[in-house]
Design a protein around this ligand. Structure first.
Ligand code: PMV
Length: 326
């Protein structure tokens, strides 16, 4: 029988990527592209159907703490590592006799493009386990567990994806371990009224870690990071969409100087600035996504031009996931 649905949003970096690796601030935002976990009763095992990967996993609850993850590829590994981590976390705190359940996971989020799909899947999996067993833990703890899963599977991770997806809000990222939720602030209120387009422009040619490494070798990185840091400081003071869009374009220019943009991304950013308030590459770059702050009166022209450019996908997004069934 159907028990319930658990969901998690995805994230975009609005300002400050790459510079954040060297200790400058960044602003991230949850967007309404979701991973959904449909929970059903199960007799004995935990059965997880990864709809998008066409894979099904059957787990004997007793064996979960000893699961060996090394023979699994990363899509499946995130889910298994998430289950193993939450079981071990709860066992360490005296919980036992976990309920079996069946979980169907599906996601709107394109993978490997900077939208934090893995963090969203990990959060959905862990929240499903907690919900089935009627256990609630503080968001801060949930964040720590999800982050440790990301780290274990990827080898390297930043708190940005996990925290943004779990808090479903706008966050100031202070460094790779520390963040502040900006709900209720002037910037949050301004962003709440914004209409964004998330454009999946093209597949990424490189992984985040590779791009971070290349940027670390850029001869002018210090100066560029400082300028990005100044933009992030200004963002919290802006009052209008025009100002916000203008800072997005300035941030994009600096990312371009760092060498992480591509000609197709630049074309999309150009269209976003022409028909909207502003646009920028979001995430590590080398392909991936552009976020556009749209002007609703000129949205049709923008969509038409994006279609002509043959981008992979266009999503209309507002801040955060509208409802959370938990
Ligand atoms: O594109 P993503 O989601 O992998 O974001 C990378 C953001 C960087 O600042 C480039 C790296 C980081 O860890 O913050």
């Amino acid at each position: 029988a159907f028990v319930g649905t658990v969901e998690a949003p995805s994230k975009v970096i609005l300002f400050g990527e790459h510079a954040v690796v060297e200790g400058y601030g960044a602003i991230s935002m949850a967007v309404d592209l979701r991973t959904r976990g449909k929970i059903f009763e199960s007799e004995k095992d935990i059965v997880i159907n990864l709809k998008d990967l066409g894979r099904s996993l059957t787990l004997d609850i007793e064996n979960i703490p000893k699961l060996d993850l090394k023979n699994y590829n990363s899509g499946v590994k995130y889910v298994l590592c998430a289950i193993k981590s939450i079981v071990n976390y709860l066992k360490d705190r005296g919980y036992e006799d976990f309920k079996p359940f069946k979980l169907d996971i599906s996601s709107d989020i394109p993978i490997s493009c900077g939208l934090g799909s893995s963090a969203s899947v990990v959060a959905t999996t862990i929240k499903s386990f907690l919900s089935t067993n009627a256990i609630s833990i503080p968001k801060k703890e949930l964040c720590k567990i999800c982050f440790s899963v990301e780290k274990e599977v990827q080898g390297r991770a930043s708190i940005t994806d996990t925290a943004t997806v779990i808090y479903n809000s706008v966050l100031k990222i202070k460094n790779s371990n520390d963040f502040e939720v900006l709900k209720g602030t002037k910037l949050y209120k301004l962003l709440k009224g914004c209409h964004f387009l998330v454009v999946h422009v093209e597949k990424r040619k490189k992984k985040t870690a590779e791009l971070v490494k290349e940027v670390a070798e850029h001869p002018r990185k210090e100066e560029i990071f400082r300028s990005i840091g100044k933009i992030v400081d200004k963002v919290e003071e802006v009052s209008t969409w025009e100002e916000l869009g203008c800072l997005m374009v300035k941030n994009h220019e600096l990312l371009r100087e760092l060498g992480v943009s591509t000609s197709k991304i630049d074309k999309v950013v150009e269209l976003g600035s022409r028909y909207g308030y502003g646009a920028k590459l979001s995430g590590a770059g080398g392909g991936g996504i552009v976020i556009i702050l749209t002007d609703e009166d000129r949205r049709e022209e923008l969509l038409k031009s994006l279609k002509e450019l043959e981008v992979l996908d266009v999503f209309e997004c507002k801040v955060g996931m509208k409802s959370e069934n938990q």
